[in-house]
Write a protein that binds this ligand. Structure first.
Ligand code: PRP
Length: 194
């Protein structure tokens, strides 16, 4: 047994159970890619451009696989955001750490790509912000949706899986910056984060 395998097994031991296998995620990406492509193909054929915007860092794995499941052309940009913390929670303000620097949004369908929607604050603010900047259309896709945790009203346009509460890690999702590179999604044991 190599050292690498042992180290990975250590990470896996922190999981209570597996939630979505790599096969589940591949099926989800194919399903979402086909739906999104079919929905936007007429607009793209009519001259609009699709800008695919993963929100760093959590969406990285999902975005890379979903992008390859699209059958329509898309441009690629990135944004990185964080919450302002507890004091600003009620206002729902978010901090933009890396912005979308484009001044040609008037003919753009901006597809914001998230790993998870929890309180709904991040996507709620981002969609408002990009709409105000004059995007032709702003659409959202999230791999996971946790409607039970919503604090502001927000419904993503495309959802991979709707899940109950529980600390999910893997395939981009972290706890304390760990577990992001697992190729599947699992539920973390409560004793790890509490
Ligand atoms: C997570 C996730 C979303 C946001 C969702 O990001 O990637 O961006 O939180 O939560 P909300 O619906 O309550 O706004 P996080 O701040 O953990 O950063 P990361 O993507 O770099 O892990």
């Amino acid at each position: 047994m190599s050292n690498t395998t042992e180290l990975r097994r250590k990470e896996e031991n922190d999981l209570e159970r597996l939630l979505f296998t790599a096969e589940d995620l591949a099926e989800m990406n194919a399903r979402l890619g086909a739906r999104i492509s079919a929905d936007f193909a007429p607009l793209i054929a009519a001259g609009k451009k699709l800008i695919f915007v993963p929100i760093l860092k959590g969406s990285i794995m999902f975005a890379a696989d979903l992008a390859r499941a699209l059958t329509v052309p898309a441009e690629l940009e990135f944004m990185k955001v964080s919450s302002y913390g507890a004091a600003a929670k009620t206002s729902g303000e978010i901090k933009i750490n890396l912005d979308l620097n484009r001044d040609d949004l008037e003919d753009a369908i901006v597809l914001i790509v998230e790993d998870i929607v929890d309180s709904g604050r991040t996507l709620s603010r981002l969609t408002q912000m990009l709409s105000h900047r004059g995007a032709y259309k702003v659409s959202t896709v999230t791999m996971l949706d946790k409607p039970c945790r919503r604090e502001v009203a927000f419904t993503p346009d495309y959802v991979g899986f709707t899940i109950p509460d529980g600390f999910v890690v893997g395939y981009g999702l972290d706890f304390d910056q760990k577990y992001r590179t697992l190729p599947y999604i699992g539920i973390l044991k409560p004793e790890i984060y509490s």
